[in-house]
Design a protein around this ligand. Structure first.
Ligand code: ATP
Ligand code: MG
Length: 293
């Protein structure tokens, strides 16, 4: 599937305040995932440059520059209303669905501009799946929830192939053992934690490259949360994952990179361990130590 026929609009040499930290992350990611000789910058799956978002006259994001590594988990943290969800929605163009929203700047995935005219947002959203705070299974059976995407995108040639995709997606989402004997019962009949894993299976079923998760555990109890965190850790070997969370502990547990937003600005980003042990900005320090937010 050719999603991005156009070349990169980005130029090299763009100044970034967190560049040196990102270089270290790129180096690590490149050493595990890139082909020999590949340039380090390729280790970044998503690159955002000068992203501004407005809702009508109100500006919600200001000049956000961020590189998100592939095959890794990146956490977005920051107080309520700082723009985490807004930025997440830029990545798969969900802001297109909000009439007052206007996005400027550039977001690239693998060097291709997601806002290029040639990009079909429906196809983009199958490459960049999204999981929301409240699990939102379709009012269909468990099987149909997972089969829906592969079917509409023509990813299976027949019934057997479709069944295989459903099974492997439910296995990857750690749900198969709990639902294999009730595939034709409604998805909405599952527990909250199971529904969230069903929705993750639904996202995985179309073989995405990126999975965006907006507070995926905030409606779940600690046991279901732990299960989703384990799952995120397993999935990062295959996908680029971005997670928004209000839990510092969760960000520290599941992510390798953390980006801290405050009042519409990306204050700093870097390796998670660094961010939590040695934040550079006093606003980050105040937030992670619970002084505000
Ligand atoms: N659809 C919308 N229309 C108008 N303003 C919006 C819309 N969505 C978000 N905003 C505003 O944009 C700003 C950023 O909101 P956003 O939802 O991105 O924050 P957030 O960091 O995800 O917050 P939370 O942690 O509470 O989810 C806020 O001031 C919010 O009121
Ligand atoms: Mg939000």
């Amino acid at each position: 599937m050719t999603l991005f026929p156009f070349a990169s609009p980005f130029r090299s040499g763009h100044a970034m305040s967190t560049q040196h930290r990102d270089d270290a992350i790129a180096h690590t990611a490149a050493s595990v995932s890139a082909a020999p000789g590949a340039v380090e910058a390729n280790a970044f799956k998503i690159r955002a440059r000068d992203v501004n978002v407005f809702y009508g006259d109100k500006q919600a994001l200001f000049d956000v520059n961020l590189d998100v590594p592939g095959k890794s988990v990146t956490a977005f943290i920051g107080p309520s209303g700082c723009g985490k969800s807004t930025f997440l929605r830029c990545i798969n163009r969900m802001n297109d669905t909000i009439p007052s929203a206007k996005v400027t700047g550039a977001i690239e995935i693998d060097g291709n501009d997601v806002n290029a005219k040639s990009v079909d947002p429906v196809v983009l959203r199958s490459r960049v799946g999204m999981v929301f705070q409240k699990p939102n299974p379709f009012p269909k059976t468990i099987f149909e929830n997972v089969a829906y995407g592969p079917r509409i995108h023509g990813l299976a040639t027949g019934k057997a192939e479709l069944e295989a995709i459903v099974e492997s997606s439910l296995k990857k989402a750690g749900l198969w053992n709990e639902v294999s004997d009730r595939l034709h019962q409604p998805g909405t009949g599952l527990s909250g934690g199971q529904q969230q894993r069903l929705v993750i299976a639904r996202a995985i079923a179309v073989s995405p490259e990126v999975i965006l998760m907006d507070e995926p555990c905030s409606a779940l109890d600690p046991i279901a949360t732990a299960r989703i965190e384990e799952l995120i850790d397993e999935l990062r070997s295959q996908f680029c994952i971005v997670i928004v969370t209000h839990s510092m502990a969760q960000a520290a547990r599941v992510s390798q990179k953390t980006a801290f937003f405050h009042m519409g600005k990306l204050v700093e980003s870097g390796a998670t361990e660094d961010m939590f042990t040695n934040p550079r900005d006093s606003r980050t320090q105040d937030y992670i130590t619970g002084r505000f937010g």
